[in-house]
Design a protein around this ligand. Structure first.
Ligand code: NAD
Ligand code: DAU
Length: 351
């Protein structure tokens, strides 16, 4: 998609990854107008975007991607040129506790957006619907091997099953209705603004409060970590230069066992907080494993590197250090998201 004046809809822009994508697009492309559509669930926070919200090329739209009438109205009113779809329920443990929420938002919500785009873009050219997805759709790896774009889907949790289903619908709309789509499947992100239910910010927050650090099972499960700004850069690259109908895997070539990450976070935080070496690690508590816990994820990001020239820019140790510093200097943000204070405030501001 070429860089000229455009109206871009970003869904889930108040969430973790979405807020970094919104910031990148608003700052890098002043000729674009970025519309951030978000329902402001527990995971969505406009505080994540305070530094860009006053810019003239940014508009926030509160809305629910499952609301078909509103989505059609929005697409008709704004005539978006491109959509970058990130809105989702994103936490695996919540999907185990409440799968229906994931089916509504991730499947019904995605198809609702596809329908609005199909309807309003009929007969028009130069449009693009970019669906942001996860490596979890490929299932779980043993000690060897990597996920490639043509790895068979084998989702194992309600979350990954809902994301896999949404990916299939996006491809089905491309195949059946010729909707101009592009997709990506990314590995685990970390960085500022991630809700502290996910491994890294949860550990940082608990260390801060000297609370137990719950490690599932033996802590030997492996994830492939990528700094969130590098994911946002990849999304920018794919949105502009990815080939229509294609899928790109995104990852950091950065595999870590959970227990090694937790131990590393503990030792960095002991130093930063002036605590005795080993003090935070003494909080590590092995707890009952996540049901159906995927053993290992690892992305082969060769296609996006070769075809589009994207590579991660940040080393893990540097990214982790920056992330810990961000959480330590944004205690109010952490306290507000964990207490639900922001959501109470938004309920009075946005109906
Ligand atoms: P997040 O939970 O931090 O943010 C999700 C955002 O979507 C929130 O702002 C929330 O308010 C919004 N939202 C939820 N339901 C909505 C609805 N019905 N209508 C409108 N907005 C709604 O999620 P994240 O971690 O930033 O993930 C963003 C996307 O990237 C998701 O699609 C996720 O599957 C995908 N992804 C995430 C990771 C990761 O490591 N976090 C990795 C790969 C892919
Ligand atoms: O791989 C991409 C996916 O990464 C995204 O699609 C998801 O949206 C995102 O949440 C993430 O899923 P994970 O389940 O891998 O992330 P989470 O941070 O929940 O867990 C990371 C690993 O740490 C996982 O093996 C479970 C483990 N874990 C997690 C928590 C929250 C613990 O051991 N203790 C914990 O308290």
């Amino acid at each position: 998609m070429s860089v000229s004046e455009k109206k871009i809809l970003i869904t889930g822009g108040a969430g973790f990854i979405g807020s970094h994508v919104v910031r990148l697009f608003v700052q890098k492309y002043p000729q674009y107008h970025v519309y951030n559509l978000d329902k402001l669930t527990y995971a969505g926070n406009l505080e994540n975007l305070r530094d860009v919200e006053a810019l003239p090329n940014y508009t926030f739209l509160k809305g629910d991607i499952c609301d078909a009438a509103s989505m059609l109205e929005l697409f008709t009113k704004y005539q978006f040129d491109g959509v970058i779809h990130l809105a989702a329920e994103s936490h695996v443990d919540r999907s185990i506790a409440n799968p229906m929420e994931f089916i509504y938002t991730n499947v019904v919500g995605t198809v609702t957006l596809l329908n609005a785009a199909k309807e309003v873009w009929k007969g028009k050219t130069g449009k693009r619907f970019y669906h942001v997805s996860t490596d979890e759709v490929y299932g779980s790896l043993g000690t060897e091997g990597y996920f490639l774009e043509d790895t068979s889907y084998d989702p194992q949790s309600p979350y990954s099953a809902s994301k896999a289903s949404s990916d299939h619908f996006v491809r089905a709309y491309h195949n059946t209705y010729k909707l101009p789509v592009v997709l990506s499947n990314c590995s685990n992100n970390y960085g500022p603004n991630q809700f502290p239910e996910k491994l890294i910010p949860l550990m940082i927050n608990n260390i801060r409060h000297k609370k137990p650090l719950p490690v599932y099972g033996k802590g030997e499960n492996v994830r492939d970590w990528l700094y969130v700004v590098d994911h946002a850069r990849a999304i920018d690259t794919i949105f502009h230069t990815g080939k229509e109908g294609e899928t790109y895997n995104i990852g950091g070539h950065n595999e870590w066992k959970n227990i090694d990450i937790v131990t590393l976070v503990c030792s960095i935080m002991d130093k930063k907080l002036g605590r005795a070496s080993g003090e935070s690690a003494s909080l590590i508590t092995y707890v009952t494993d996540r049901p159906g816990h995927d053993m290992r994820y690892a992305i082969d990001a060769g296609k996006i590197e070769r075809d589009l020239g994207w590579k991660p820019s940040l080393q893990f140790e540097e990214g982790l250090d920056k992330t810990i510093d961000w959480y330590l200097s944004n205690e109010a943000w952490l306290n507000n998201v964990t207490s639900g204070e922001y959501q109470k405030y938004y309920a009075t501001q946005y109906q």
